[in-house]
Design a protein around this ligand. Structure first.
Ligand SMILES: Nc1ncnc2c1ncn2[C@@H]1O[C@H](COP(=O)(O)OP(=O)(O)O)[C@@H](O)[C@H]1O
Ligand SMILES: [Mg+2]
Length: 230
């Protein structure tokens, strides 16, 4: 579904990704793991067209990516950035409205995302800054869903969240997975990622160094130690 072939990318003079190749398959959840600074977020930003590709190819369902970020979203990739990027001066409803208006005809309506995240329904008239970290994450996911993605990519959705909220986010993502949504999940939380994933890829120094199943990485203590510092 999403295929990166020998992708190199970075920031200005600094190269971060070196011939990185990885595939996310339709109807599956790919967990991308790796130490801090390995290049996980850079990989997602490159897919989304937020960073230029220096070499290599990215294809999504046969179409060539990346384009401009808005075009990538239109092509069917929903992106929940690490920074969540909700509009703090707008209310929850306004944040949702903005996404819904730009993506009319989406399978996802505001009613449907509120059904998934009832907490957002209770916070509709609250401003972005009044939300807890967990609520901000829910809003960021809800907004991405309104853009009608066939593939949802999430950058460390559990970062900074209390365990009880992490569990809630886990259950929601599991619900989306059961509904057939394909996902790429970048995570530092090993247990969270491997319990949701069908496939696992590990990034180190801008390259994929390990691929396999959740059961294989759970059993491979040496790989965990070597690539994840677990
Ligand atoms: N905006 C930036 N400008 C320059 N270097 C950056 C920038 N963002 C990240 N980097 C560098 O790119 C490397 C990979 O970062 P990143 O993809 O964010 O890692 P990860 O998400 O795996 O923790 C790091 O060495 C980081 O310092
Ligand atoms: Mg990151």
């Amino acid at each position: 579904m999403l295929e990166l072939t020998n992708v190199s990318s970075g920031y200005g003079e600094t190269q971060v990704l070196y011939d990185l190749s990885v595939t996310a398959k339709a109807g599956r959840v790919l967990a991308v793991l790796g130490r801090n600074g390995a290049g996980k977020s850079t990989t997602l930003k490159t897919v989304m067209g937020l960073l230029p590709t220096r070499s290599g190819a990215i294809s999504f369902d046969g179409a060539t990516l990346p384009g401009k970020p808005y075009e990538v979203a239109k092509a069917g990739i929903g992106y929940v950035p690490e920074t969540r990027d909700i509009f703090p001066s707008l209310t929850v409803r306004e944040n949702l409205d903005l996404a819904a208006k730009r993506f009319e005809g989406s399978d996802w309506t505001i009613e449907r995302v509120v059904e998934l995240f009832p907490r957002l329904g209770e916070r509709m008239s609250n401003g972005g800054t009044q939300l807890s970290g967990g609520e901000q994450q829910m809003l960021a996911i809800a907004r991405a869903l309104l853009m009608n993605p066939r593939l949802l990519i999430l950058d460390e959705p559990t970062e900074g969240l209390a365990p009880v909220i992490v569990q809630q986010i886990h259950d929601k993502l599991m619900e989306l997975k059961r509904g057939g949504l394909s996902m790429v999940l970048v995570e530092q939380n090993f247990g969270f990622a491997t319990s949701l994933a069908d496939d696992v890829a590990i990034v180190s120094k801008g390259q994929i160094v390990w691929t396999g199943s959740p059961a294989e990485i759970r059993a491979d203590i040496e790989a965990q130690h070597r690539w994840l510092g677990v």
